[in-house]
Design a protein around this ligand. Structure first.
Ligand code: COA
Length: 227
């Protein structure tokens, strides 16, 4: 392989990268969402809004030939991002894909029975990202992120490189901390985050159900890092 074909990390170019990164999200999302309609909707929650609302905080792994094969995407201020999601993103959703029609929001979906309803309700309820049960999370760690890399580019140091690029950008902007929410059973991801300096949020946030630090009522883990 010639030098110029080596993969590298660069700022995301939404005009060029949106399609490939949509596919990266579909392929790397948690197992329960990897098929059917939920798989088509998932990127509209965990990828598209970041490229549309805060592209200057999104970095890609480039395969060396211009193709994006992984990303870290970030909202530098989660509270402001939630407002933009509601005011700028929700109104255009149905024009992006007719599947994205607003569902009945009440009662909340039982995810074990209807995952499609679950993801649609999440899409239309960005306030979930405010984690109102624990305001200290956003006060101390206002930014949040998602990171995903195609399997053939994993374990080659690109996850760490994406994070370093993002941390640098956030520091320049004066952001003091960031958080992420991950599936509790994704043990590989937890090892990755811990290896590069994240730790679990230092409070019990599931009303004592598990007693574990940083584990919420849905079994998801809150990981945090000061910058
Ligand atoms: C999680 C993910 C982003 C990590 O990125 P990556 O490029 O594979 O990780 P890196 O190669 O930069 O790893 C950096 C360090 O983290 C640790 N690490 C990474 N993956 C690990 C794993 N599966 N098990 C144990 N440690 C791991 C290691 O210490 C590693 O350093 P080393 O390879 O020198 O030992 C990537 O594997 C991925 O996209 N996975 C699938 C989707 C996913 O789970 N996303 C996160 C959702 S919350």
């Amino acid at each position: 392989m010639s030098f110029q074909n080596q993969p590298f990390v660069r700022l995301t170019d939404p005009a060029k990268d949106a399609g490939p990164l949509f596919d990266v999200c579909k392929k790397t999302v948690g197992p329960a969402l990897r098929a059917g309609i939920p798989n088509l909707i998932a990127p509209y929650i965990w990828n598209v809004p970041y490229l549309r609302l805060c592209p200057e905080y999104c970095f890609s792994v480039d395969d060396g030939d211009g193709n994006a094969v992984g990303y870290v995407i970030c909202a530098p201020n989660t509270a402001e991002f939630v407002t933009k999601w509601r005011e700028e993103y929700l109104p255009v959703l149905e024009s992006l894909d007719p599947l994205l029609k607003q569902p009945e929001m009440d009662p909340p979906a039982d995810w074990s029975l209807d995952i499609t309803l679950g993801v649609l309700q999440l899409l239309y309820n960005p306030e979930d990202m405010l984690h109102a049960v624990c305001p200290r999370l956003l006060e101390e760690y206002p930014a949040h992120l998602h990171i995903d890399i195609l399997p053939e580019y994993q374990r080659r140091g690109f996850g760490k490189m994406l994070m370093e690029a993002l941390w640098g950008r956030l520091r320049v902007a004066g952001i003091g901390g960031l958080h992420l929410v991950m599936e509790g059973r994704n043990v590989d991801a937890e090892r990755f985050y811990k290896a590069i300096g994240y730790s679990r949020f230092d409070e019990v946030v599931d009303e004592g159900k598990s007693g574990e630090l940083g584990k919420d009522v849905n079994g998801n883990l809150w990981m945090v890092k000061k910058l």
